[in-house]
Ligand binder design. Structure first.
Ligand code: NAD
Length: 454
């Protein structure tokens, strides 16, 4: 395929991508030579912990970013009743028009199209007939777009990771509190069949007191990263700028839910290590013509990153990231306690058993522990939805919460806490794997036990 100019990459500067990862992120050297998080800022505005949506019959959506993810999740949204797509926006007019056509095919009035410039999304956000914006753009656009959405009175539903610096995590928290709008990171893996079932088992005490969990994003993206389309236009670039876990939330979200993070516990500190950076160089050597501008790039992100996270209650999480080596897809998705252990890929479970020390499948537990969401909507989710149905269930649940005026399953504090291992792993690595503190984005409210995903 002929190489197109990489417009997105050209637009994003090193400063934007790093965004003040260290100095600007509210972290500083302590006397012991370790990074410590700035003390929780006294929030100017009150917390959005437990904040309900305002109830409404129909939910009106604006889509920003109609690429691979945005157009896919749009199909899920279009499968939900009482949802109207009011407007769509993409830099690329063709993609915006395709999204418009997709809404029309689903029987909707054609949504308005915004296209042609980096800041056209601001015009979409100025409309007064939108309840939320779904933001599915490259990472460096998430925070400016989510902040603009909340400041224009819309809830912001943003793709993963919500933010790539601690400063930006705080920006999302502060803006959500100030505007009283939700900022929800659409971490779809929290809605997987197995994840929700295991969460039910954890809540029922099957694993006893929890001790540790493990999450990962192990996904061979080498071909995608070098393509001259879609994510290949922007997602390789952070590998030239950052060394750490670039994509922490798919693995971490479900484990955080098992552990009740921000609902009785919180992530306290993290240490991180990485292997050398080799995978992208090896792929380029084998597949990229020598006259390609891609040969000017220098990859600095260690291929496999592993971080250990300690929670305030003493639990431990291992988090991994590797997208540049041959490895079968795996999020590990492990939770263990004093009575048993579950691990995924493939799903298997073991409870204290004096007769046979062997994992079994989870089949025997399905009847009792299948999550009510999957019981009610599973068939439709599997038929319509991306990623085995989890995407549909996530958006179905979101719209349902909005219509009924409920508290959402995930809030801005989760978006910040699950995204923070990105910049924190960078900070730890930059100091020889020193421990670095998580900020308490909830400003103390993590101690409150409250229901989630019930
Ligand atoms: N949750 C998941 O399972 C999952 C899966 C894939 C991607 N993602 C996330 O979704 C996001 C998008 O990824 P993708 O795979 O769709 O990438 P993509 O490159 O296919 O799509 C991004 C789109 O954003 C548009 N865009 C860029 N800047 C814009 C601007 N200023 N205004 C309007 N449109 C703009 C681009 O033209 C493009 O169409 C990323 O954050 C990614 O991490 C999540």
């Amino acid at each position: 395929m002929k190489s197109k100019p990489n417009s997105d990459q050209a637009r994003v500067s090193r400063r934007e991508l790093l965004g003040g990862t260290l100095a600007g992120a509210g972290i500083a050297w302590s006397a012991a030579g370790q990074l410590s998080a700035a003390a929780p800022q006294a929030g100017e505005h009150s917390s959005v912990v437990g904040m309900r949506f305002e109830a409404r019959d129909t939910v009106r959506m604006g889509l920003i970013g109609c690429g691979g993810r945005g157009s896919g999740v749009l199909r899920d949204f279009l499968g939900v009743e009482n949802l109207t797509v009011t407007a769509v926006c993409d830099l690329d007019r063709e993609k915006a028009l395709k999204a418009q056509a997709s809404a029309e095919r689903a029987g909707q009035k054609p949504p308005a199209v915004y296209s042609g410039g980096d800041h056209e999304f601001e015009k979409l956000l100025r409309r007064d007939d939108l309840d939320f914006a779904y933001i599915a753009t490259p990472w460096h656009w998430h925070v400016p777009m989510a902040v603009a959405a909340m400041e224009s009175g819309k809830h912001a539903f943003v793709e993963v990771p919500a933010a790539t610096t601690l400063e930006d995590c705080w920006k999302l928290v502060n803006t959500s509190e100030k505007t009283r709008r939700h900022c929800i990171m659409l971490e779809n893996c929290c809605y997987g069949y197995t994840e929700l079932m295991v969460l039910n088992m954890v809540k029922d005490g099957l694993f006893g007191d929890l001790l540790y969990g493990e999450g990962a994003y192990l996904h061979d993206l080498r071909r995608t990263l070098f393509e001259d389309r879609s994510e290949g236009l922007w997602r390789r670039f952070p590998h030239t700028l950052r060394n750490g876990n670039l994509y922490p939330t798919h693995g971490l979200g479900p484990v955080a839910n098992y552990m009740g993070i921000n609902r009785g516990d919180r992530f306290d500190y993290l240490v991180s290590m990485s292997t050398p950076s080799k995978g992208l160089d090896a792929w380029r050597e084998a597949h990229v013509p020598k006259d390609s501008p891609k040969w000017k790039e220098k990859y600095i992100c260690g291929d496999l990153n592993k971080s250990l996270i300690k929670t305030a209650n003493g639990l431990m999480v291992t988090l991994q990231h590797d997208v540049v080596n041959p490895i079968p897809y795996d999020r590990i998705n492990l939770i263990a306690g004093v009575k048993g252990i579950f691990r995924d890929y493939p799903p298997r479970i073991y409870f204290d058993d004096p007769k046979e020390e062997k994992y079994t499948t989870i089949d025997a537990y399905k009847d009792k522990y299948e999550h009510p969401l999957w019981k009610r909507q599973g068939e439709l989710a599997r038929k319509l939805g991306g990623h085995g149905g989890m995407d549909f269930l996530m958006v179905y649940r979101l719209v349902d919460c909005m219509r009924k005026g409920l508290v959402p399953d995930m809030d801005v504090y989760d978006a910040a806490a699950w995204s923070a291992p990105g910049p924190l792993s960078e900070a730890s690595l930059a100091q020889g794997s020193a421990p670095v503190k998580f900020p308490d984005f909830t400003r103390g409210r993590w101690r409150e036990k409250r229901g989630w995903l019930d």
